[in-house]
Design a binder for this molecule. Structure first.
Ligand SMILES: CC(C)(COP(=O)(O)OP(=O)(O)OC[C@H]1O[C@@H](n2cnc3c(N)ncnc32)[C@H](O)[C@@H]1OP(=O)(O)O)[C@@H](O)C(=O)NCCC(=O)NCCS
Length: 154
């Protein structure tokens, strides 16, 4: 497992083919971006610091992106590891690269939302929000599915 974990590489640019694959992962296989239009995905990449995980052979294995002013705050989103690459430390390598990025040091706050992967983020210092009553959001969970007439909610 440790030998496999050491083989992961992280870059910041997706090839066209890789972007197609990541779009398929997120829009097809996540509860939060299911049905997302390709144009929205493309704009999300353009406005983010992307993290592209590849295996030793250079094959795409995972993706994450960070939305940040690169000074005070960052939001970690769209963390995904290819099904065939799971369970070998890929996500940990990805979050390590995010955490270590030179443009993302000294930030006062990081945020993310997760249903069940809290244990992935805890070693990197993430905790539950201590005062959720202080947090507000505007949220349209079915913004991508409304047009398709489905009822998927994040
Ligand atoms: C969650 C996901 C990114 C994990 O990827 P992975 O490469 O299999 O994870 P790793 O092998 O690096 O291990 C993750 C670590 O976090 C822990 N963990 C906690 N919650 C977890 C969860 N829901 N899924 C997977 N691992 C989880 C694991 O136990 C492991 O720690 P350990 O090695 O100490 O046991 C991957 O399963 C995935 O892409 N799932 C679908 C999309 C998704 O849910 N993304 C996360 C959104 S917050």
């Amino acid at each position: 497992v440790n030998a496999a974990a050491a083989t992961w590489r992280v870059g910041h640019d997706l090839t066209e083919a890789e972007a197609d694959t990541v779009f398929g992962w997120l829009s097809g296989d996540t509860h939060w971006a299911k049905g997302q239009p390709r144009s929205v995905f493309d704009r999300s990449l353009a406005g983010s610091l992307c993290f592209v995980l590849r295996d030793a052979a250079g094959s795409l294995a995972g993706f994450a992106r960070v939305i940040s002013d690169r000074a005070t705050f960052a939001y970690l989103a769209d963390v995904y590891v290819a099904t065939e690459a799971r369970g070998r430390g890929a996500a940990k390598a990805l979050i390590r690269a995010v955490s270590d990025h030179p443009d993302l040091q000294g930030l006062r706050r990081w945020m993310l939302i997760t249903r069940d992967a809290h244990g992935l983020y805890e070693p990197f210092g993430f905790t539950p929000v201590p005062h959720p009553e202080r947090f507000m959001q505007r949220h349209e969970p079915d913004i991508y599915s409304r047009a398709a007439g489905t009822d998927d909610r994040s």
